[in-house]
Design a protein around this ligand. Structure first.
Ligand SMILES: [Zn+2]
Length: 99
């Protein structure tokens, strides 16, 4: 440490204050499951300012999540999209009521 330049020392000191990439990756993953508290959001933002790898990881995770959401059928009772079998039963019920 004695041979390091002042700039390198400051850089190492700042790095020691930041969370590790592992910590940030875990927070980014958690953010897809539940909202993060403001401290964690700030931590992630500050880390993103200096780490392109975590920004890329977050972007890839967001894209993956979006693709999965688009291609996963919503079968919840509140879904505006009925499953095909339910749609067919409704059509038959309406036809039966009209006859
Ligand atoms: Zn990182």
């Amino acid at each position: 440490m004695a041979n390091l330049s002042p700039t390198r020392r400051i850089s190492l000191w700042i790095s020691s204050l930041l969370p590790s990439c592992e910590d940030v990756a875990r927070l980014v993953s958690d953010s897809h499951e539940r909202p993060l508290g403001w401290q964690h959001r700030v931590t992630v933002r500050v880390h993103f300012a200096v780490c392109i790898w975590c920004r890329r990881y977050a972007r890839q995770l967001r894209l993956l999540s979006e693709v999965l959401r688009r291609h996963t059928p919503d079968t919840s009772p509140d879904s505006p999209h009925l499953p095909e079998a339910a749609r067919e039963r409704l059509k038959q019920a309406v036809r039966g009521a009209q006859e």
